[in-house]
Design a protein around this ligand. Structure first.
Ligand code: ZN
Length: 87
């Protein structure tokens, strides 16, 4: 009985950790709807003030292309910063 309970406890801890990773850590990209994205491949892009977007490498690149195009029509002082995807 004791052994079984110990095993169950270990399984519960593993499950809790999995749930933590899935729900507590931001794992999905704000830019695409591919669903579950592996932890570590999402980076936060500040969009001014306290706000930001969580983006995957692909959407980050897309955002930077959009920014470059947009910058062509903007005054130098209000241009968007072009930021490399943090590794
Ligand atoms: Zn994405």
């Amino acid at each position: 009985m004791g052994r079984v309970n110990l095993k169950d406890t270990k399984i519960n801890i593993v499950l809790l950790f999995v749930y933590y990773v899935i729900f507590m850590v931001n794992t999905s990209c704000d830019g695409c709807s591919e669903g579950f994205t592996v932890v570590g491949k999402i980076r936060r892009l500040n969009t001014g003030g306290d706000s930001g977007a969580y983006l995957c490498r692909k959407c980050w690149a897309k955002e930077m292309v959009w920014r470059k195009l947009r910058n062509e029509t903007l005054e130098k002082s209000v241009r968007f910063p072009i930021i490399k995807f943090p590794s």
